[in-house]
Design a protein around this ligand. Structure first.
Ligand code: PLP
Length: 388
């Protein structure tokens, strides 16, 4: 009999989202006429910009003509897209990279789960608690030891520095699920720690377009010296609406002390044939001035949703974090309820679906996450019901 990966086999089913789905379908089976307001999702609801759709169509048409047909592209991504990323995402922050420091992929989830392959199975990973579950699952599947960095209300749910040796640290800012965003001073502390301890920072910037406050870092590379110790992933999902189209990027500077750029290039060449040409043309269009305007409108729309939910929750006497630099609100459960108890109450009494914070880690117990990615109508209705 074939021996399966014991670490994978030991993983239980993703408890959080399957349990939410199970409880929601049990409720709808009993209450088919009740309309649910789904604030649990991390998926966007606004469509792609028309020019992105046009770029997809014309690139697809090119593929249907012999003279412009393209087969396999460069595994790390086409130059036209990387040039635009350099120009629009990094140059305005005063950061420069060469094309071979970028790797285009089909998603930040793909990259953030795979980057741990750069390290030995004996390397120790550190991640926040609560955490975007992908980082934890990827390391558990690889059989690696993880250290949790407890994120507390008194620290604005930002992670502390590890107090034992770790080899790499996941940082997600703005954060899913808490909505917290790292300030420059905090990011500087992590970079200084990483430089002192020969640690690598894996920085997930999937929500960076949501930053509204001036003192929050948009890229870890804004911090001097980060190019020797950090790796960063960005995504087209949450601002340009590419969750269904799939495109993201990872920057691994060639200055990295461990030579991670060459290792990732080797690994990518072995495991990927890149992202489709039409999708990369669509991503290029999303970075054009008109594409950026459209993405900013999306972000503004979701942040307005977040503000509406935040006001309503505060008016109801709830304690709320996030929503200012992120499309997520992190809300303390009232009256000593735990995450699942309040989830049940919101579902049965208000027909609101949220995500129980306990599912993101033990420090998430006693909190829930509300997503601002819904439509305006359902967000307004949810705000009204919350305030009631
Ligand atoms: N990183 C974080 C922190 C996320 O919350 C998500 C999606 O919810 C992703 C990455 C996934 O991004 P992508 O759609 O590019 O895979």
């Amino acid at each position: 009999m074939a021996e399966v990966n014991a670490h994978l086999a030991a993983m239980h089913e993703s408890y959080l989202f399957s349990e939410v789905a199970r409880r929601v379908s049990a409720y709808t089976a009993k209450n088919p006429k009740k309309e649910l307001l789904r604030l649990g999702i991390g998926d966007v609801s606004r469509p792609l910009a028309p020019l992105v759709v046009e770029a997809l169509k014309s690139a697809s048409a090119e593929m249907g003509r012999a003279e412009s047909f393209r087969g396999y592209g460069p595994v790390g991504g086409y130059g036209f897209l990387i040039e635009k990323l350099v120009e629009t995402e990094y140059a305005p922050l005063g950061v420069t990279f060469s094309a071979d420091e970028f790797f285009i992929s089909d998603g930040a989830k793909t990259d953030m789960s795979a980057l741990q392959e750069l390290f030995s199975v004996n390397a120790v990973a550190a991640l926040s608690d609560p955490v975007y579950p992908v980082y934890l699952d990827a390391n558990k599947m690889a059989g690696r030891k993880v250290v949790l960095l407890p994120c507390k209300a008194e620290d604005g749910f930002l992670p502390p520095l590890p107090n034992e040796h770790v080899d790499f640290i996941y940082l997600c800012s703005p954060n899913n699920p808490t909505g917290a965003a790292l300030r420059y001073a905090q990011a500087e502390r992590f970079v200084a720690y990483a430089r002192r301890n020969e640690t690598v920072l894996l920085f997930d910037a999937a929500y960076r377009a949501y930053i509204t406050e001036k003192d929050c870092v948009r890229s870890i590379f804004e911090i001097s010296g980060a190019d020797e110790v950090a790796v960063e992933t960005g995504s087209f999902s949450k601002d340009a609406g590419f969750t269904g189209l799939r495109c993201a990027w990872t920057v691994i500077p060639k200055k990295n002390r461990l030579g991670l750029n060459a290792l990732w290039a080797r690994r990518t060449a072995a495991k990927s044939n890149g992202v489709s040409y039409p999708v990369q043309r669509a991503a290029e269009a999303a970075l054009s001035p008109e594409g950026k305007r459209h993405a900013q409108q999306n972000v503004r729309f979701y942040l307005e949703n977040a503000a509406m939910l935040r006001l309503a929750a505060e008016a109801a006497g709830l304690q709320v974090w996030g929503g200012q630099n992120a499309p997520y609100l992190w809300v303390k459960c009232p009256n000593g309820l735990d995450s699942w108890q309040w989830f049940e109450k919101l579902l049965h009494e208000k027909q609101i679906v949220c995500t129980p914070g306990a599912g993101f880690g033990s420090c998430g117990q006693g909190y829930v996450r509300f997503s601002a990615f819904g439509t305006r109508e359902e967000t307004m209705e949810a705000a009204k019901r919350l305030q009631e």
